[in-house]
Design a binder for this molecule. Structure first.
Ligand code: TXA
Ligand code: MG
Length: 352
């Protein structure tokens, strides 16, 4: 299939074209404030089927339905709890997805067979214009091939999906760089199923009893907990080279450990890379060093993380050592994505 690749312009002709494609059951990749999405009509089971096929995604991994106004909820969900209302008032439109009991209008092909549905009201102007002009409730997973890092630039979407979908809307780089925070609001006590830009600390201001699904925390591997967001169980975001996260109570020990491992890898003829931050980069003497952003502004780390994982593939790196982050604030979402990309391979700098 020939994929139309079009920049978004002031006049919005490319958005109108994309809206036409969505209305007749086609697929369009478009920017949101978090990552690029691969959109199709969420109420049309053939369109949902095409999304799974284009991504190579397992059919039990449900899609998020995007809406362009809060009133659309009435058509898609059975009921809205008090905690859900508080969250929507505070964070919609924006990088938050809520899980509700689905209405009969939502086909099970879109929800991976579940009786619940994930809904997000994004804030990106292109996403909003596309939703409102098409009148379609847009089911959209991240616009990457299954298992690859989520796309934060149109060029990442082109790499993965050119020739597999009808159109790619190029709206430049996204703002946030990590997917939305997912919160299950089907019960009286909301639970965070996937950490994101809206942090646990921000949610606690409104809902002091908010909890995090234990399956997404660091201990996941050891305890073999089953993730409640089906997508969280798959290997994700993984670069082709093996990624290791290096942790330690003392930063000098982390630098030494990483330097030693880079040298060891080089001795074995492997191409090694380091993922560092602005504050730490000059402590690494050898190997390829990539700077994700500043620890003092973790949103800069979030924004570059997926692009750097993709770059590692472009550079043909065999082994990657990354610094780790704390579990507070945005650090929780950053560590969640890094741990998944690393297949939970953690090296302690304290033990040597
Ligand atoms: O920021 C985002 O959320 C982006 C943009 C495009 O909106 N979308 C995104 O979609 O990240 P995706 O499909 O890559 O991730 C959706 C996650 C998966 O882990 C899926 O299992 C979970 O949401 N999910 C979807 N519906 C669910 C449901 N009914 N119950 C539990 N988890 C659900
Ligand atoms: Mg995804």
């Amino acid at each position: 299939m020939d994929t139309i690749i079009a920049k978004v312009t002031e006049q919005g002709e490319s958005i109108s074209k994309a809206a036409d494609i969505l209305r007749v059951g086609g697929l369009v990749a478009f920017p949101t404030e978090t990552v690029y999405g691969l959109g199709g009509d969420g109420l049309n089971k053939e369109a949902s089927g095409k999304i799974y096929a284009a991504k190579g995604r397992p059919s039990d991994n449900p899609l998020i339905i995007h809406i362009g106004e809060q009133a659309a909820l009435d058509n898609l969900v059975r009921s809205v709890s008090e905690p859900a209302k508080k969250l929507m008032d505070a964070f919609w439109p924006g990088p938050m997805t809520l899980i509700f009991d689905k209405s009969d209008r939502v086909p099970k092909e879109t929800t991976g067979g579940l009786d619940t549905v994930a809904i997000r009201y994004p804030s990106h102007p292109v996403a909003l214009r596309l939703l409102r002009e098409s009148g379609v409730y847009i089911a959209a997973p991240s616009a990457n091939l299954s298992g690859r890092p989520s796309p934060t630039h149109a060029r990442h979407v082109i790499e993965d999906l050119n020739g597999r979908i009808d159109m790619i809307l190029d709206g430049g780089a996204v703002e946030i760089g990590l997917e939305s925070t997912i919160i299950d609001v089907t019960g009286m006590h909301p639970v965070i199923l996937r950490p994101g830009f809206i942090t646990k600390e921000m949610i606690e201001q409104l809902l002091p009893d908010i909890t995090v699904d234990p399956a997404i925390l660091v201990e996941q591997k050891q305890e073999k907990l089953v993730a409640k967001a089906p997508g969280m169980k798959y290997k994700h975001y993984a670069p082709r080279g093996q990624l290791y996260l290096v942790e330690g109570t003392n930063e000098k020990a982390v630098f030494d450990k990483i330097n030693a491992m880079v040298e060891e890898a080089a001795d074995k003829g492997l191409r090694a890379a380091v993922i560092a931050t602005e504050e730490s980069a000059n402590n690494y003497q050898t190997g390829l060093v990539k700077v994700m952003g500043s620890r003092l502004k973790e949103e800069t780390v979030a924004k570059k993380l997926f692009a750097i994982l993709r770059e590692m593939d472009d550079l043909g790196v065999d082994v990657i050592y990354s610094e780790s982050f704390g579990q507070q604030g945005l650090g929780q979402a950053i560590m969640n994505r890094l741990l998944k990309a690393a297949g939970y391979q953690i090296i302690s700098a304290d033990e040597s």
